[in-house]
Design a protein around this ligand. Structure first.
Ligand SMILES: Nc1ncnc2c1ncn2[C@@H]1O[C@H](COP(=O)(O)OP(=O)(O)OP(=O)(O)O)[C@@H](O)[C@H]1O
Length: 302
C-alpha cells in the first residue's frame, strides 16, 4: 500500500511580482517501508510540498492521499509525524515532558508512558538531559529530542525536513540507524536534505525537484549508474604504478569507460590484480549535471 501519494499537485502563489508556480503537476508515491529523499535547490518547492501534505497549504490543485485517504481529512494526517527544519520545542519544558506531551496530544495512553519516553531519549542518547530544560540543551541535542518526539508516537509516516542537520558524525550515524530500523519495521519516511551523502545512505528512492517540477524519481544507485561514464579502479601491482598510490603496491586510477578494457588487459600483462571498480560519478556530480541541463531547457516562471 502506498503511504503517500501526490496526484497532479500544483500550487501557485500570488505575489506582488506576479504568479509563482511553486509546484507544477507533481506526481509521486512513497510506499510502506520505503524511504524517499526529496532534494532540490533553494526555492525548488520542497517546503511547499510538505505544507501541502500537512494541509498547512490547502488551496492547491490535485490530490494528496495518505494511506489511501485524502490528506484533507484530518484523520488521515494522524498517521504522520513531522519534524520541521528548525524544530520549536517548548523551551521551558524538559525532554521527558516534551515526549509525554506528544503522546497525550496524539491521544496515546500507555501504562509505561514514562519508561517508554525514557527509552526513546536513550535511543537518541539524550537520556542524561531528560530533566533539563530544552533551552539549556545544545542545538544537536535539541534535534535529537525533536527526532525522539516524532518517533515516540510510532507514526506510520515520518516527514522530516533536514533530519540530520546540526548533528555530529556519530549523531548522524545513530539517527541513520534508528531511521533504517523504523523503515524495516514497515514505517515510511519522506525526508528533505541538502546533503546528498545522507540521501545515498538512507533513501531507497529520491525525487529531484527544480522550479516546482519533479525532474526524476530514481534510486540513487540507478541515477549514478545511468550517468556513469568514468570509473575508479583500485588495483594491486608490483610493476604498474599509474594513478594515485594508496599504499605499498596498491593504486587507484580513474578511467574513461572506453579506455577501461585496454587498461585492464595491460594490468593483466603486468600480473596485476583488480581490487574494485566503481563509477567515479557521485550523486552530487549527477545533480549538478541535471540541474545544468534543466536550467538550459527547463520551465521558467521564477
Ligand atoms: N507564501 C509564499 N508566497 C509567495 N511565494 C512563496 C511563498 N512560499 C513559497 N513561495 C515561493 O515558492 C517557491 C518554492 O518555495 P519553497 O519554500 O517550497 O522552496 P524550498 O525548496 O523549500 O526552498 P529552500 O530549500 O530554500 O527551503 C519559491 O519561489 C518561493 O519563493
Amino acid at each position: 500500500m502506498s503511504a503517500l501519494q501526490f496526484h497532479d499537485v500544483s500550487k501557485t502563489f500570488q505575489s506582488r511580482k506576479g504568479a509563482i508556480r511553486a509546484l507544477n503537476r507533481v506526481n509521486l508515491q512513497v510506499d510502506e517501508g520505503e524511504v524517499f529523499g526529496f532534494v532540490g535547490p533553494n526555492g525548488a518547492g520542497k517546503s511547499t510540498t510538505i505544507k501541502v501534505m500537512l494541509d498547512i497549504i490547502n488551496d492547491y490543485e490535485g490530490d494528496v492521499s495518505i494511506y489511501g485517504s485524502s490528506s484533507r481529512d484530518a484523520r488521515s494526517r494522524k498517521a504522520i509525524a513531522y519534524l520541521p527544519e528548525s524544530p520549536a520545542l517548548y523551551e521551558q519544558f524538559t525532554p521527558l515532558e516534551v515526549l509525554r506531551m506528544a503522546l497525550r496530544m496524539n491521544g496515546i495512553r500507555r501504562r509505561d508512558e514514562k519508561a517508554w519516553c525514557q527509552q526513546w531519549l536513550e535511543r537518541f542518547s539524550v537520556a542524561p538531559y531528560a530533566s533539563r530544560r530544552i533551552r539549556q540543551l545544545s542545538k544537536g541535542n535539541v534535534q535529537r529530542v525533536a527526532l525522539a518526539h516524532t518517533l515516540v508516537v510510532q507514526p506510520r509516516l515520518l516527514v522530516l525536513d533536514e533530519p540530520l542537520s546540526g548533528l555530529d558524525p556519530v549523531g548522524r550515524q545513530d539517527v541513520v540507524d534508528i531511521l533504517l530500523e523504523y523503515k524495516h519495521a514497515g514505517g515510511a519516511i519522506f525526508f528533505t536534505s541538502h546533503v546528498l551523502h545522507d540521501v545515498e545512505r538512507i533513501a531507497d528512492r529520491f525525487g529531484f525537484i527544480n522550479r516546482g517540477e519533479l525532474i526524476t524519481t530514481r534510486s540513487p544507485r540507478e541515477l549514478v549508474a545511468e550517468h556513469a561514464d568514468r570509473f575508479i579502479v583500485r588495483y594491486q601491482s608490483q610493476s604498474l604504478a599509474e594513478g594515485e598510490r594508496l599504499r605499498e603496491d596498491e593504486y587507484q586510477q580513474e578511467l574513461d569507460q572506453s579506455a577501461l578494457p585496454g587498461w585492464l588487459d595491460n594490468l593483466n600483462r603486468h600480473g596485476g590484480r583488480v581490487l574494485s571498480i566503481h563509477p567515479a560519478t557521485s550523486l552530487e556530480s549527477v545533480f549538478f549535471r541535471i540541474l545544468e541541463e534543466n536550467s538550459a531547457t527547463g520551465p521558467g516562471g521564477r
